[in-house]
Design a binder for this molecule. Structure first.
Ligand SMILES: [Zn+2]
Length: 250
């Protein structure tokens, strides 16, 4: 530029035009736990958000809230309902379930094909998933379903979703190749984008409370979530961040 200034790069996660954002993760409650405040901000900004969850979380059992006699089928149904209510708080427009068995997710070709089909059918600009390299999280060992989900989504995005040579049977089903332009991986230990999400943190909390089969004591849960504030910010005036590893195409 003539005045010697560099043009300002656009802030990550702010798009001038409405974007279609597809969140693909393993379990009900993952979207809210991993990145709910960011999703709420994007919905508030007018972007179109949908979720695709690979399992219905039928082993996601909390001894203090879920009676022992609840069957996996009942819990699956309950978690669908909880997830739809939470998505509605966030401002997501639809929730799709692949309903694979909870806890046994494997990033195999069948799962990859199902995700490629979903991407080609819904044609998102942005895909949100989680970082498959996260073996250890702040709370201990990262759930194997989270790792498998992240791996399957990344493998589906590249090189398969946008390339007609992969899964040609999906073309026969009517789903043309489609390549998203950005992939946002939450739950990462290698963030490239850190967003201050203090303003929409209350929406994340409200959405999480819809997952009542998972939450247990509400006050203890709220206290635990308050400990996730940015180091150095106070309990009275907390600041919150969500972190992502972002890959861009095109
Ligand atoms: Zn999970």
């Amino acid at each position: 530029m003539s005045n010697g200034q560099q043009p300002t790069a656009p802030t990550p996660g702010t798009w001038a035009e409405p974007r279609k954002i597809l969140v693909i993760l393993a379990h009900p409650d993952d979207p809210e736990f991993f990145c709910g405040a960011t999703l709420a901000r994007w919905a508030r900004a007018g972007h179109h958000i949908e979720y695709c969850l690979m399992t219905c979380g039928d082993k996601g059992y909390n001894d203090t809230t879920t009676p022992q006699h609840v069957s996996t089928a009942e819990l699956c149904g309950r978690r669908h309902e909880e997830q739809r209510a939470a998505a509605s708080v966030i401002g997501a427009r639809a929730v799709h379930f692949l309903d694979r068995p909870d806890g046994y997710l494997v990033a195999d070709l069948e799962l990859r094909r199902d995700i490629v089909r979903t991407i080609r059918r819904l044609r998102p600009d942005i895909v949100v998933t989680c970082d498959p390299q996260t073996l250890f999280a702040a709370y201990g060992i990262n759930h194997p379903d989270h790792r498998a989900a992240g791996q399957a989504v990344l493998d589906a995005v590249f090189p398969a979703a946008g390339n007609a040579s992969y899964f040609p049977e999906l073309i026969a089903e009517g789903f043309a190749p489609h390549m998203p332009s950005e992939i946002w991986c939450a739950l990462t230990n290698q963030p490239s984008v850190i967003l201050d999400v203090t303003d929409t943190w209350p929406m994340k909390l409200e959405a999480l409370l819809k997952h009542s089969s998972q939450i247990g004591d509400i006050e203890k849960f709220k206290a635990r979530m308050l400990t996730r504030r940015v180091e150095g910010s106070s309990e009275e005036n907390p600041r919150f961040e969500e972190k992502f590893r972002v890959v861009k195409y095109g």
